[in-house]
Design a protein around this ligand. Structure first.
Ligand code: AVJ
Length: 374
């Protein structure tokens, strides 16, 4: 790696984005009122939006992650940068691939057990960590409505446009439901989750698997600290299985996941003025049995130098050099129970699809969360 000029981080690259400043339309607390409702008030009609991450933070956060990721050894990028508009569409396509079983397995569990979940936790508020666009969300909303108590839906995601779109379509589908969208990063803004009522907090899709164990622990503990005794967590986790099936799920025959993986290079080229040659990197997938996770990598197929204008950075890749772009952890039931117990949660119920490929766990707050391991 040869910095073209002394590597200086763009101004504010390390600045935190969470400003909560009053730039939102007409709210003073970062909450913009779209339909004359008051966030957190007793009346539940319409859509409320809280903004803790601003569109302007994206470039700063991307620059920070790319600079630290490409100058690290081994090189690594967080998977969140896959998800621009193209990445979102490619992921949607992945969920329909024959090899990628997690989405349909989780849907099968919710199809079969949404009413059991609603009976076990008759919440008045469904919180989804994620944008709430999925069909799975509606299965839960319908079951909680049928159980009689549902009054509010909170969607928490980093992408405001997806959130507001999803919010509006949910309001159209559920006119009497209060929809509260929170634009935030679940590694930093969980404390901004709207409080009150009895909340079922859904974290689906196996997305928790993209975090390493320490981050997962911190996340589950932070969530536990936001929860009262009547709240519950609904967690989707992919289960350990035949490594060939695991690898195939991330390396499909049609090459959609390969395109999804390479998309992060397109994002960096477009948003940071880099000159990655997309075809200069191969899509590589490996089952790491020791750490119980799938690794997705981009491997340089030849010696090449990549320059990133906005970082004044030049990065040399030797043929065979890897860039880790995602881990996706796979769990056993014991791992799930242990990680939840370590972070102040107790497994109340657990369901899997008929093949036992994917688990959905309902966890309730156990006694006070144990202190974080030092
Ligand atoms: C959406 C994060 C759960 O890790 O399985 C799919 C993303 N990456 N194919 C996963 C993904 C490659 C997916 N999650």
């Amino acid at each position: 790696m040869t910095p073209r000029t002394p590597v200086t981080t763009p101004a504010g690259a390390t600045g935190t984005a969470d400003t909560d400043d009053a730039d939102s339309t007409n709210g003073t607390d970062g909450t913009s009122r779209e339909t004359g409702t008051v966030a957190g008030a007793t009346t539940f009609a319409g859509l409320t939006l809280d903004r803790h991450v601003h569109a302007s933070d994206r470039a700063v956060n991307l620059a920070r992650d790319v600079l630290s990721g490409l100058t690290a050894n081994p090189r690594e990028l967080p998977p969140k940068w896959f998800y621009d508009a193209t990445g979102g569409m490619l992921f949607d396509e992945i969920t329909r691939l024959p090899e990628y079983y997690p989405t349909r397995c989780e849907r099968a569990v919710l199809d079969g057990h949404a009413s059991d979940i609603a009976a076990a936790c008759p919440a008045d508020t469904l919180v989804e960590l994620g944008s709430g666009t999925s069909e799975k969300t509606r299965l839960l909303l319908d079951a909680l409505r049928a159980a009689g108590g549902l009054r509010r839906f909170v969607a928490f995601d980093v992408d405001e446009s997806t959130l507001t779109q999803a919010g509006r379509s949910l309001i159209a589908a559920y006119p009497d439901l209060a929809v509260h969208a929170v634009v935030g990063d679940f590694e930093r803004h969980l404390s901004h989750l709207p409080s009150g009522g009895r909340r079922l907090i859904a974290f689906l899709g196996g997305t928790i698997g993209n975090m390493r164990p320490a981050k997962r622990g911190a996340f589950l503990r932070a969530l536990r600290e936001q929860c009262g005794s009547t709240d519950a967590l609904l967690l989707g986790t992919d289960l350990v299985k035949d490594p060939d099936r695991l690898v195939a799920a991330y390396d499909d025959g049609a090459g959609v996941t390969a395109a999804f993986n390479r998309n992060v290079l397109t994002v960096i080229n477009r948003e940071l003025g880099a000159d990655f040659n997309i075809r200069g990197f191969a899509h590589v997938v490996r089952w790491n049995a020791a750490d119980s996770w799938i690794e997705m990598r981009l491997r340089a197929v030849r010696d090449q130098q990549v320059t990133i204008d906005s970082l004044a950075l030049a990065v040399d890749f030797q043929r065979g050099d890897d860039l880790l772009t995602e881990i996706s952890a796979k769990f056993t039931r014991d791992m799930i129970t242990a990680e939840l117990a370590d972070t102040g949660w107790a497994v109340a119920q657990q369901w899997t699809d008929p093949e036992g490929d994917f688990a959905v766990t309902l966890a309730t707050p156990s006694t006070a969360p144990e202190a974080a391991p030092v």
